[in-house]
Design a protein around this ligand. Structure first.
Ligand code: ZN
Length: 543
């Protein structure tokens, strides 16, 4: 594996420092697996750079029944020895921790009474999660039950734990570099830019040309592809990091949508009881990249599999190597293949076959949301290509319309605002729930829109219609800096909020919980989803 895998994150973190981290993980086995998976995705704790991970787990013990083993970059692991075999060569996975290791302890209902002293504790119970630097005490005994959001809350908590390590160790860059590349430039005398582009060709990709400042000729530029660029050259752009910080200056922080109150180290827990799972759900996940590849499987884990209808729609025709640092549903075997169909087939493989989990490789177009309109583009294409277009696209069009018509809730996991707004309209027309999410660098947001808020009245006309694509693909778009801690938190919390709002619609829960959360370098805070002050009228007239 080349370091292109980390291309989207090396402008965010000190990758060398990340690789040399040493961690010691104890407690809940599922949360250890999820943390290991995220460590592996971002290339942290590498033996070759002096880093490692220690876990006190018997390699002979089984993984059957655990929630998070699907996140590992291997087919179907069944024993801890499979985990050691997959991750050991890179991260060590020894059973004893040298003293320099940072110790993170995960406490859940599975190991409630086991509390070794550690640098950091993650406590997860009944859909609540707290990160603290001390052992939480409860004002009364906690009745610990499984909940429909256990899987996403645990993933989000693991992401915050790792984020706290990045902050504490001063590994976060002071400025975000969203992309970097090597250019080959040439001055060509006495040739105009238009002629220069015709005269020269490059095996490396398209050539651009501009006038030289004194109009004496052209300046040609070729972007050298990442796989032909030395990582040492890309690292020349490294710069300073932020000073060491902490997410928990007061010693603790609540991470879950359900508020938790801690006074003098004691938790007062009177928040609502949550169901173990939903009997059924029908959802459309639009976008199978950084967010969708977390949100779709984590949502699925909160619903009875045989009654789940989940349609993944994504237009990307191939998984790229630099998607693998955070897009958890894909492995190296998927490089070059379409995202939506690979994601659906991985979900069948992981959770069991269900023909109602469907992947469609297509973009969402206005004719899916409204009635089909004949566009100018369609009028001018040849009869032959129209025939071919119709066969392939008609079948996808019908599947997309049918999924939209049957959905109770839409999860927007997209890379541009205009498609989010179109999807929002599809949800408003059908009176379906809409859960929006977005992430970039170390910032994430998740928000449930009620019937009185749409993308236009929330973000303004110009922002909501923006077609700029903030993409994980390399060419022709504005690339976005991304790291797994942010995408895992955002996708996980998006699925948690989606499960909670459907549970509330079924009157399975009552009581206060946050309908929107924001993530900033690991700091998790609630936020209200409100209209801009000058917007009036019904949302159906806005989008
Ligand atoms: Zn509106």
């Amino acid at each position: 594996m080349t370091s292109n895998r980390y291309q989207r994150q090396i402008g965010l973190v000190n990758q060398v420092g990340l690789e040399s981290l040493c961690l010691h993980l104890t407690g809940d086995l599922d949360m250890i697996i999820s943390t290991l998976a995220q460590i592996n995705q971002m290339g942290a704790c590498q033996l070759s750079s002096g880093g490692s991970v220690s876990i006190d787990v018997d390699p002979k013990s089984s993984l059957i029944g655990l929630m998070h083993s699907w996140q590992l970059p291997t087919k179907k692991p069944t024993k801890w020895s499979d985990v050691v075999e997959t991750l050991g060569p890179t991260h060590g996975l020894s059973r004893s921790a040298p003293s320099k290791h940072n110790h993170i302890h995960f406490r859940t209902r599975e190991n409630w009474d086991q509390n070794p002293s550690s640098n950091l504790q993650l406590t997860v119970w009944n859909g609540r999660a707290v990160i603290s630097d001390f052992e939480l005490i409860f004002d009364s005994p906690v009745q610990r039950k499984s909940t429909l959001i256990d899987a996403p809350i645990e993933v989000a908590a693991c992401a915050v734990a790792l984020q706290q390590i990045l902050l504490q160790k001063g590994l976060i860059r002071s400025k975000t570099v969203s992309d970097r590349w090597l250019s080959l430039s040439a001055c060509v005398e006495n040739v105009s830019p238009e002629d220069a582009v015709d005269l020269f060709s490059s095996e490396l990709g398209p050539i651009t040309a501009t006038n030289l400042p004194d109009n004496s000729g052209s300046l040609l530029r070729i972007r050298v592809p990442l796989d032909q660029t030395s990582p040492e050259l890309l690292r020349l752009l490294d710069h300073s990091c932020l000073d060491s910080e902490t997410l928990i200056p007061e010693g603790w922080l609540s991470l879950s949508p359900i508020p938790v109150s801690v006074v003098d180290g004691v938790v007062f827990d009177d928040s609502p009881h949550l169901p173990s799972y939903l009997e059924s759900a029908a959802v459309v996940v639009l976008g199978a990249g950084g967010l969708g590849s977390w949100a779709a499987p984590l949502f699925a884990q909160g619903v009875k599999l045989e009654n789940l209808q989940l349609t993944l729609i994504d237009g990307d025709d191939s998984v790229d190597e630099h998607n693998l640092n955070r897009q958890v549903l894909y492995t190296e075997d998927d490089i070059g293949l379409p995202k939506a169909t690979q994601a659906a087939s991985r979900m069948h493989n992981l959770f069991g076959s269900n023909p109602k989990i469907l992947g469609i490789q297509s973009r969402l177009e206005s004719n899916h949301v409204h009635e089909m309109e004949i566009t100018d583009e369609l009028k001018t294409i040849s009869l032959e290509s129209l025939f071919e277009y119709n066969i392939n696209q008609d079948s996808n069009d019908e599947k997309i319309k049918s999924a939209l018509d049957g959905m109770e809730l839409g999860l927007a996991c997209l890379d541009n605002m205009n498609s989010r707004t179109l999807f929002n309209r599809a949800c408003i027309i059908r009176e379906s729930r809409f859960v929006n999410a977005g992430s970039q660098a170390f910032e994430g947001i998740v928000e449930i829109f009620d019937s009185n808020v749409c993308m236009v009245c929330r973000y303004g006309e110009d922002a909501a219609r923006s077609r700029e694509i903030i993409s994980c693909q390399e060419v022709g778009t504005r690339p976005v800096a991304s790291i797994v801690t942010t995408t895992a938190w955002t996708g996980a919390m998006q699925s948690a909020l989606a499960l909670l709002i459907l549970a509330e619609d079924r009157e399975l829960i009552n009581g206060d919980w946050h309908h929107s959360l924001v993530f900033n370098k690991g700091n998790v805070q609630p936020k209200s989803v409100v209209r801009l002050p000058f917007v009036n009228g019904e949302c159906i007239g806005h989008v």
